[in-house]
Write a protein that binds this ligand. Structure first.
Ligand code: IVH
Length: 666
């Protein structure tokens, strides 16, 4: 009897999973809605009565119901890279030329660029185990509970294999309209565009809400094709389709050369309006996977693909005012206050005008009618003033002389365009620094965004970075604040505690050292591995690093010599904030990481550039001349006078055998 029930449950799961696949992936329903609902109800009842047969792979999970407390952070097995954007045919031509120059046949797959958010799906023995957002490309968030509710994502594959696939989660255009209609009726603000709407839906703690948003997917990337003996991207797409994924085969096209790419762009631009989902461009990928491998990656992007973005749409509106904001470094930025206007699906009220010169160069006057577009589809940009529409009532732009927040006199450094408020105690600078510290690429503390930080600063809860970690002492006060409850306060306090375990590069970026972006922070963390080593390092040590010029080296040394900054670091250490690089250990080698190398003479087993790359990938660095700061000189055949200099300075010398034994062990 029991066994019969189990068999019936398994049978129902199979027909319902198959029906979902046929309906949502193949767009070819085999069951009527009534039949589907009947089977689903029967399965729900059986599962309720027999909880011992519960399974995360049951089609009943597609309706949602699982609620989580917070989003777990997950490190991607391979970084989840995005693509370099191109905006013109010329840029596509130079991409094509680069491919040909590398002796690679210019055969590509052109695909739609789906406007949503990317996701990585992991299956073991054919079962969906977890799903992660892209996050910062290295660490994403576990969104499995919501992904299980997406009808076109299979819970079970057609083969019991281990696999990771990547693709885009999107909200169909019609669903956005439906959701917004309901929101207008209930006085809720509308969701601005399909991308934000999809991202907002996938970041719901309650999977029932996500399920109601009717999200959908297209799968377009297989990170480990060699594991399955696959040779082309086209075959990878077919392979993923055969496993049960929704692959956009009607839109994916293998093309040869630039003319055929152009034809695909024309085709996609014409189709765009009538598609049930938004696309914002096309993606062009080298088809042959061995060629992709040969081309490799930059630190940010694959070299074998580009994303062509459709031209931005422009709209007109009135520039009603220009106001000034103060950044964390004290930089003053003029901002356009605009009469609200909808541009590519979202309402625009403000746009940065960067600096005084920018406003003067565009000859903007307050009261002008201006054209707006979205740079890279996200950031609104004032293109130009429509001078023919001026009526004489427009007011000249006037740069300010005093900080709009603290009133101190602004300064402009020689040969620079920006004005600065130099008052370290200026509250605007302090708040901006705190917001930056908590931002996604820095310490990634969810829940401490712009408005909340401003409130907490004004309420006196957070005045300095260490105060963030003492916020738990205000737990009672926080719970009483409007819009807060036990749960959201605890989520915030947990996010703060969790941030203590971030790797060094996030902290380093968060400290806001002038000129140190997230990429440089990562490079430095890989090389030095601990905050203490960075504090100890001198100017030459920094300047020796490729990509660190004299200005950055000076900024770093100045920062780490400043007593106030050292006190801050010490305080954070005492509060338990991690000060070490936690990146992959296989990229650490005690013989190489953090050391400075000079290579001289020719090596028989590897060329010098290749060897430099290997050394750099392990956090070592190479320079061309021998100095007291050099740690090791690698000597090949016919070394130059660098060898003599190394001997003279008693620097460690490695011969070819020694470096070969280390490199072979990599
Ligand atoms: S391929 C390593 N293909 O566009 C290559 N991306 O700007 C991985 N996107 O982050 C991406 N449609 O979120 C690829 N057909 C497509 C895409 C696509 C949309 C998104 C994706 C990616 C971004 C790149």
């Amino acid at each position: 009897m029991e066994n019969e029930k189990k068999l019936r449950i398994e049978y129902l799961r199979k027909i319902l999973n198959d029906a979902n696949y046929e309906y949502y992936v193949l767009d070819n329903p085999t069951l009527t809605d009534q039949e589907f609902d009947k089977y689903l109800r029967e399965l729900e009842i059986l599962e309720e009565e027999n909880p011992e047969y519960d399974s995360p792979f049951s089609p009943t999970k597609k309706v949602g119901g699982e609620v989580i407390d917070s989003f777990k952070k997950v490190r991607h097995k391979l970084p989840m890279l995005s693509l370099p954007d191109v905006f013109s045919l010329e840029e596509i031509e130079s991409f094509n030329e680069r491919i040909i120059k590398n002796s690679i046949e210019p055969i590509y797959v052109c695909e739609y660029k789906i406007d949503g958010l990317s996701v990585s799906l992991h299956y073991e023995k054919g079962e969906l185990i977890y799903a992660v957002t892209r996050g910062d490309g290295v660490i994403g968030e576990d969104i499995t509970h919501n992904v299980r509710t997406i009808k076109s994502i299979p819970l079970i594959l057609k083969q019991p294999i281990d696999i990771e696939v990547r693709g885009e989660i999107y909200m169909p255009k019609k669903v956005l309209d439906e959701v917004n209609e309901k929101r207008i009726k209930t006085n809720l603000p509308i969701l601005q565009n399909v991308r934000n709407a999809a991202a907002g839906s996938i970041r719901q703690l309650d999977s029932k809400v996500a399920a109601e948003r009717k999200l959908n997917t297209w799968i377009y990337h297989l990170p480990n094709p060699e594991d399955y003996g696959i040779k082309t991207h086209q075959d990878a797409l077919q392979f993923m389709k055969d496993l049960g994924f929704k692959v956009n085969e009607k839109a994916n096209k293998v093309v040869k050369g630039i003319k055929e790419i152009e034809r695909f762009i024309d085709f996609a631009s014409k189709k765009r309006e009538e598609l049930p989902y938004e696309i914002d461009g096309i993606v062009i990928k080298v088809n042959n996977l061995a060629s992709q491998k040969k081309l490799g990656f930059t630190s940010k992007y694959p070299k074998w693909a580009v994303a062509y973005k459709f031209p931005a749409k422009e709209v007109l509106t009135k520039l009603s005012n220009i106001v000034f904001t103060v950044g964390r470094t004290g930089k003053i930025t003029p901002n356009a206050v605009l009469e609200p206007v909808i541009l590519m699906g979202s309402t625009v009220k403000r746009a940065t005008l960067h600096n005084e010169d920018y406003v003067l160069m565009k000859d903007l006057k307050i009261g002008d009618i201006v054209s707006l577009r979205k740079a890279g589809d996200v950031i609104p940009e004032v293109v130009e003033a429509k001078k023919e529409r001026r009526n004489g009532s427009e007011k000249e732009f006037q740069m300010i002389n005093n900080c709009p927040i603290c009133g101190s006199i602004l300064e402009k450094k020689k040969d620079q365009v920006d004005y600065y408020c130099l008052n370290f105690s200026c509250s605007a600078r302090k708040v901006e620094a705190l917001i930056h510290y908590c931002s996604r690429k820095a310490m990634n503390i969810d829940g401490l965004g712009v408005e909340i930080m401003e409130d907490f600063y004004n309420l006196g809860f957070i005045k300095t970075i260490p105060d963030i970690y003492q916020l738990k002492n205000h737990r009672k006060d926080l719970i009483e604040l409007e819009g807060y409850g036990h749960k959201s306060v605890d989520n915030l306090l947990n996010a703060i505690e969790n941030s203590k375990n971030n790797s060094l590069e996030k902290l380093l970026f968060g400290l806001g050292i002038s000129g140190i972006g997230d990429k440089t922070a990562l490079l430095l963390s890989k090389i030095f591995r601990t905050m203490d080593k960075m504090i100890e390092a001198d100017y030459e040590k920094y300047e020796d690093i490729k990509d660190i010029g004299p200005t950055l080296a000076k900024n770093l040394v100045d920062f780490f010599q400043d007593k106030i900054n050292l006190e801050l670091i010490d305080n954070l250490k005492k509060l338990g904030v991690n000060m070490n690089y936690l990146g992959s250990v296989d990229k650490y080698n005690e013989n190489i990481s953090g050391k400075r190398f000079v290579i001289t003479g020719s090596l028989s087993f590897i060329d010098r550039d290749e060897l430099s790359k290997v050394i750099e990938s392990y956090g070592g660095f190479t320079s061309s001349s021998v100095s007291k700061k050099t740690d090791v000189v690698i000597v090949g055949e016919k070394p130059g006078n660098k060898y003599d200099k190394a001997t003279e300075l008693e620097i460690e010398i490695w011969n070819e055998e020694k470096i070969k034994s280390i490199v072979d062990n990599f």
